[in-house]
Design a protein around this ligand. Sequence first.
Ligand SMILES: O=P(O)(O)OC[C@H]1O[C@](O)(CO)[C@@H](O)[C@@H]1O
Length: 417
Amino acid sequence: MLRLDTRFLPGFPEALSRHAPLLEEARRRLLAKRGEPGSMLGWMDLPEDTETLREVRRYREANPWVEDFVLIGIGGSALGPKALEAAFNESGVRFHYLDHVEPEPTLRLLQTLDPRRTLVNAVSKSGSTAETLAGLAVFLKWLKAHLGEAWRRHLVVTTDPKEGPLRAFAEREGLKAFAIPKEVGGRFSVLSPVGLLPLAFAGTDLDGLLMGARKANETALAPLEASLPLKTALLLHLHRHLPVHVFMVYSERLRHLPSWFVQLHDESLGKADRQGQRVGTTAVPALGPQDQHAQVQLFREGPLDKLLALVIPETPLEDLEIPEVEGLEAASFLFGKSFFQLLKAEAEATYQALAEGGQRVYALYLSQVSPYAVGWLMQHLMWQTAFLGELWGVNAFDQPGVELGKRLTLALLRQEG
Ligand SMILES: O=P(O)(O)OC[C@H]1O[C@](O)(CO)[C@@H](O)[C@@H]1O
């Protein structure tokens, strides 16, 4: 269950009715593109894709020997699985993410892994991302050196269904390759095999995850008063003059979720609009309670240039009592309380303190940190982003600004010979 709370933004219900035509029009425009080639709206259909789910499960069952899973991918090809696996790894399979090209940790990883128990998953929609191909080349050499001809069983590819160098490589070598649907871009791909394959190895409740995402789809299409993503999109739209959007999550298990959101929000919405105006707000990741001891001072008393979203779980799956300690009476206010009570009190106190400090802040309450609720939240945020693309007049599904950096990297490497 996902619930929006706007108690510190008292004018919001009126603003919602006032902006109803704008929001309905944004939704109409977005949905009119559904099914159009190149519209990149395939992520809306992923929660219904039971065939891919079956394929992923079959592959997982056929490979019970895996103890270490190395995901080589970057950006949208790593952030989603990383966020969900950190929260919902029930299997004990160890996950390693090569979403960088720093030599030392890569060498250390290679030294600690047992190749006979390791599955490498190279993930790239384009199949041409430099970091991913570099990591693949290194791991391929390592697998071949240790396993000889058996290496093929230890490498699985997730990429475009037809195009790109990674697809061609998988075909040439006869590798198992999962498809990221053509109409699904990297940062919207967590519910494609990009996320489902690693999460199947993590033993995550995939049915729950997809059921939650279907609930988000339902709310996205619901009448305005019940349409959670249209409501949060409006909150961001009304505060677009505030340059910073803080996304603060009160859950250690969801510690990587803010980074996933940052890519989704920033790469989708930070660009030139159709009139050539630069638009976008800067998403800032934050974690509770840790950031209460780092960023919250600034959030509370620094510039009033922020819209903050707090993601707060309402109930724990399990709780932990804080026992009494003799001689530590200073902490007596904690004794007999639980970890979750403390977490919840801190989240609520921060929520109130930020509002009283003059910041614009709202909360998204998660019934629990469960695959269902988090699947709902992630798909909800994808809808929010897509609606904002319409409201801000930008194509939320391209990233032209990233291309120049890629070209310059290539040029530098060529110069070095
Ligand atoms: O999945 P790919 O094609 O390797 O791309 C990785 C990431 O690089 C980008 O293209 C640009 O940063 C992202 O949009 C994408 O998630």
